[in-house]
Structure formats: C-alpha cells, structure tokens
Design a protein. Structure first.
Lengths: 199, 143
C-alpha cells in the first residue's frame, strides 16, 4: 500500500516536472509554410516528418534576446554531436518588412550554416503567429531619445515578441514550448527525448 | 590681529564642517563598456557604472557620433513575452552602488552602428555628474 502511494507520488511529481519543463499535450503542429532562406525553396512543416524541428520566432535586428536564443540552439547541436543530424533549427522572422529573404539568408548564414530562416509574408504570417501563440508588438523609437538629425528614425523600431523554443516531434506533433530562460542542458534533454522517439 | 586670525580660523573651520556634513558628490566610474551589434546595425551598450560617492546619480541620456539613434532600454519578461521598454527617466546609480547595463536587463539601445571592430565613442549623461565619454569596443552580438 505504502509502495503504491509512493509510486503514485513519484508519478505525480514526474508529471508535474514534465509540465513545468514546457511539455504540451501532443497535438498536430499548426501549419507553417514559407520560404526557406538557406535553400530558397518553399518550406512546409508538414513535409518534415521524420525530423525533429526546433522553432523560434524573432527578427534580425533583435540584439538583446535573440543572440541568446541562437547560443542555446548552437549549444544543443554541440551537445548532440552526430545525433543532431535529424534536428532542424528554424528561425521564423516576425519582421518580414525589414527581413527580406536575402537579408534573412545572409543573417542566418552568419549565425550558423546549420540553421535555417523562414520568410513568411505579412498576410500569411499573422495566422501562424496566432496559432503558435506568438505575440508581437512593434515599438516605435522613443521620441525623447537621441537621434541624429540627418537620418529618418522610422526604421529604428524594435519588436517585442514571444521568445523561446517550440519543439515538434518526428510525427509532426507540437510537443513543447519553453521560454528563453531555459538552460542549455534542459533544452538539450527535451530535444534528445524527441530524437529518441520512433518516427 | 589675534582676533582677526581667530575669526578667519573659525570661518575656515565652519567651512570645513559645512563640507563634511553635506553629502559628497557621486563619483562615477564606467567599467568594461562594450557594444554588441547585429548585422542590421542595431546594437546594445553594456557596462557597469560604479558609484563610489555618497550621493546618488541618474543616467538620463546617451548619444554617440557613430550611432543614428540611442535610447535607454530595459528588457522585461512577462512569461515568454519579452519586451524592450524605453526608460526615458533613466536609471538610478545608488551611492556606493553599481548600475549594471547587461544583456536581458537595463541597457543602452543603439541604432545605425555602421560596423564591428575597433571602438566607438559613447557619451553617457548623468544628472549630477554631467557627461562621461567612453570608448567602447564594438563586437558582434551573434554567438
């Protein structure tokens, strides 16, 4: 009886930890289509079955948070070594007006040649952001800040956005969403679990 | 004559006492300034502002001849939503305290930084201490 209680407690704790770690009830990942800037070919998430996909949303002028996202993704690939060949990291721009396919392509090549960027034009991007529960808010320049007089400040905007990672398993199921503060080891463990599962 | 000397001494003593009893000025030192830039030209200045004085100060403005725009920002997280809020009122530097301008926290946002490598001048304006100029190395923000 005591053993049963103990096992139940362990199971509950285990479930609780899994929830805390960002696991979701498995469900088909929302449709995601755009232009893969590394190959300049159309990309459809539903065509990636058999691969584990790690998604993130951001923009190339994001200077304070997104570089950390990339550092974590790099750490995951480094941690996985050869077993990371079935893993894709895809960065979806939330700023298609400035992040043209060419600009995003050059940027992603600079970040890591294993990573891909996804360009989705604004009309098709909106439902994708909704489906992945990504909030974006354009923040115009602060009028009290310093500006050189000979430049047009309208291009100097920031985009507040939902950050972190979304994990999609080999069967196209959205399995976790975790915040940007997640440690490298925790993120690697999540990915390893998805990679260990059969397609 | 002796009275006059005594009077002068008293005046000097009072002056010394007056200085001693009023708070001293903030005494600021900028440590390890660095500008981290992404290829679009957006960048952030990080540094530590150390106040060794007995009174507070406030960083309330910034500019640079090598940036098109500059603002004081603070990164704020609400769950997984991350925002960079301008802080026009600036940042307090407490007496004998340190203001850390750091990634995912308070920082100086810069726009239109043309290139990486070398250093760039940045002028930090403080309410009490006035302007302090620093030369910050410019590096890539990308890992």
């Amino acid at each position: 009886m005591n053993l049963t209680v103990a096992l139940s407690s362990i199971a509950l704790v285990s479930t609780s930890c899994a929830r805390d770690a960002g696991w979701l009830d498995a469900a088909p990942a929302p449709p995601l289509e755009g232009l893969a800037v590394r190959t300049h070919e159309p990309y459809r998430l539903q065509d990636q079955r058999g691969q584990v996909v790690l998604l993130s949303f951001g923009y190339t002028s994001c200077v304070d948070v997104c570089p950390t996202t990339f550092a974590k993704a790099k750490a995951v690939f480094q941690h996985l070594g050869g077993s990371g060949s079935d893993l894709q990291f895809v960065y979806v721009t939330v700023d298609p007006e400035r992040d043209t396919p060419e600009a995003l392509g050059n940027f992603m090549a600079r970040v890591d040649p294993r990573f891909d960027g996804l360009y989705v034009d604004r009309p098709r991007l909106a439902p994708i952001l909704d489906a992945y529960h990504v909030t974006v808010r354009k923040r115009l320049p602060d009028p009290t800040g310093y500006r050189r007089r000979d430049v047009d400040p309208r291009g100097f905007y920031s985009i507040d956005h939902t950050a972190g990672f979304w994990g999609i398993d080999r069967r196209g199921q959205l399995r976790f969403q975790i915040g940007p503060e997640t440690g490298d080891a925790a993120l690697s463990a999540l990915i390893q679990r998805l990679l260990s599962e059969a397609p | 004559m002796n009275v006059r000397v005594a009077t002068i001494c008293l005046a000097l003593a009072a002056s010394a006492c007056s200085r001693a009893s009023s708070p001293s000025s903030p005494h600021l030192r900028i440590e390890e300034p660095i500008v981290l830039r992404v290829p679009s030209g957006a960048a952030a200045l990080y540094a530590r502002v150390v106040n060794e004085g007995d009174s507070p100060d406030r960083l309330d403005g910034v500019n640079s001849s090598m940036a098109s725009a500059a603002e004081l920002h603070e990164t704020v997280r609400a769950g997984t939503f991350v925002s960079m809020s301008p802080v026009p009122g600036g940042f307090l530097v407490a007496p004998h305290g340190t203001l850390s301008l750091e990634r995912s926290g308070k920082h100086v946002m810069l726009f239109g930084v043309a290139r990486e490598g070398g250093t760039m001048p940045v002028s930090l304006h403080f309410v009490a201490s006035g302007t302090i100029d620093v030369q910050a190395p410019v590096r890539s923000a990308l890992p």
